[in-house]
Design a protein around this ligand. Structure first.
Ligand code: NAD
Length: 475
């Protein structure tokens, strides 16, 4: 966790999340016993193992935390990071519980991490390490399609999920739902179309929904839509890249700054996100990209003037030392926990709107939910109804032509008679989820006098649902 001001006690990631939780629990007047039950992590598994790599034994440590089981399976990504520790995993698992509740994904919360810098290893070694880590987790049922389903997170991709899935299927060949033990898999291995970009898409849909409400936009001191709005992104990874790409290409926003580990790029006219990504892929860094100014102290750009700041890298990036200097009107938390508890208070006092992480980055878990449903139902979305939809559409075209005596223009006829495929359904389900969840959060934000920010509102929405579930199961 990034540093807090010296006169303030430095809080761990878990403490930061818990303090935010407590504000909502107080508003809801949750029974202290119930609050404690929701807040605490139910189970934690720490594993140490060694793998022989290029003739040498290397030792690793990893964790999987199971935060809540009011709904099963519990869901949460696996992170590969040299900075990972147990506290981080617990905090991320808790956020998963609140995230699933806020977007009505009927899962509990979990999270895993392996303390490793994946850039240090080649593909062959990474596969060995991943398969071994997966075996350890599977042995203890911390990976299982009925109880605990991982997905990708920072430092992992569909490739790692494919290895984990294959390991599960090898160890449990008689589990009919084995393919649902992991989400975010490659499409060829039971994955779903649209999962890779889902979190970034969800960030786009969430910000779009915010801008659909002029009252909210004006609370942030802005006006109009997303067109021309200046965005700075920290972290051009899976989430940051896709969010930046869609917000510029489809909504007309401008990405004026990109902050990465090596430094930052700045161009007030707007960066070509796709071109920066190509450069990063080719060179392994954004440094040297010729079409923008390079700033060595990348994080100084967090304090640069813009309309929307999207932290999409790691936690604790906006803390008590820089919160007072943030010039963005909106902080859209694409990463988990990028704003500390104290910084959140400072931003709020300054009238900066924070769109909270566990709502805004819920696109990944939402599409993972769709993937899991596809896996356990053993059928691709759209397979049964697509042709029927096309036939219905064609009939509408025929009726229109019959009634008007004119041919329906070809492009329109094509659109009307096209059945939805898996990607269309995933996108529409994701957009619907993000829009409905924002409305529920907003309603609490506007209607409850004790709630004066979106984060507390989102916590209130989530905790109300989780508490109800626990009450209903009689715990
Ligand atoms: P990623 O590994 O694909 O990308 C992270 C990017 O951030 C990398 O480009 C890395 O170089 C950069 N980065 C790391 N530390 C940085 C720093 N200190 N300053 C600037 N840049 C830095 O990870 P991701 O999957 O995009 O995840 C990013 C965040 O989003 C994490 O907080 C993760 O938990 C959260 N998240 C991810 C998903 C998902 O589906 N991948 C879902 C929900 C939330």
């Amino acid at each position: 966790m990034a540093k807090e001001k010296k006169h303030q006690p430095r809080m761990s990631f878990t403490q930061n999340v818990d303090r935010m939780f407590d504000c909502a629990a107080e508003i809801l007047e949750l029974d202290p016993g119930m609050a404690e039950m929701i807040r605490q992590c139910n189970a934690i598994y720490q594993v140490r193992f060694s793998v022989e790599l290029k003739g040498k034994l290397r030792a690793f440590v990893g964790w999987r935390a199971l935060h809540s089981e009011h709904r099963l399976p519990a869901k949460g990504g696996i992170r590969y990071s040299e900075a990972a520790d147990l506290d981080e995993v617990e905090a991320l698992a808790a956020l998963m519980s609140y995230k699933c509740a806020v977007v009505d994904v009927p899962f509990g919360g979990s999270k895993g991490a392996l303390c490793i810098d994946p850039r240090e290893f080649d593909e062959e070694d990474l596969e060995k390490i991943t398969r071994r880590f997966a075996r350890e987790m599977i042995k203890k049922s911390f990976i299982n399609p009925s109880t605990n389903v991982p997905g990708p997170d920072m430092g992992t991709t569909a490739r790692e999920m494919g290895w984990i899935s294959d390991t599960y299927r090898t160890l449990c060949p008689d589990d009919i739902n084995a393919i649902g033990a992991v989400t975010g898999k490659p499409e060829t291995q039971g994955g779903i179309r649209g999962r890779v970009e889902a979190t970034g898409r969800g960030v786009q849909y969430g910000i779009r929904e915010f801008f659909r409400n002029p009252e909210d936009v004006s609370r942030a001191g802005l006006s109009g839509g997303l067109e021309g709005k200046r965005i700075i992104i920290q972290g051009l990874g899976n989430v940051g890249y896709h969010a930046g790409k869609y917000l510029t290409e489809e909504d007309g926003a401008k990405v004026t700054g990109i902050i990465e580990r090596a430094g930052a790029l700045l161009d007030e006219k707007g960066l070509d996100v796709e071109a920066v990504e190509r450069w990063k892929q080719a060179k392994g860094t954004i440094k040297g990209y010729p079409e923008a100014r390079f700033i060595t102290d990348g994080n100084s750009l967090l304090e640069h003037e813009c309309d929307i700041l999207i932290p999409a890298a790691i936690e604790g990036q906006i803390h008590s030392e820089n919160a007072a200097k943030i010039q963005a009107k909106i902080v859209a938390e694409a990463a988990n926990g990028p704003v500390t508890f104290h910084a959140d208070r400072i931003l709020r006092e300054r009238g900066i709107i924070v769109i909270p992480d566990f709502y805004l980055n819920a696109g990944g878990v939402t599409v993972s939910y769709f993937e899991w449903i596809k896996n356990i139902s053993h059928i691709r979305f759209g397979r049964l109804e697509r042709r029927l939809d096309e036939m219905r559409g064609s009939r509408i075209v025929e009726v229109l032509e019959h009634m008007t005596g004119k041919p329906v223009p070809q492009e329109m006829a094509h659109k009307l008679s096209e059945g939805a495929d898996e990607l269309d359904l995933v996108r529409s389900g994701l957009e619907d989820t993000m829009r409905l969840a924002y409305r529920a959060i907003r309603e609490t934000w506007l209607d409850d006098d004790r709630v004066d920010d979106l984060r507390t509102a989102a916590f209130v929405v989530a905790l109300r649902k989780i508490a109800r579930s626990y009450e209903q199961v009689g715990l």
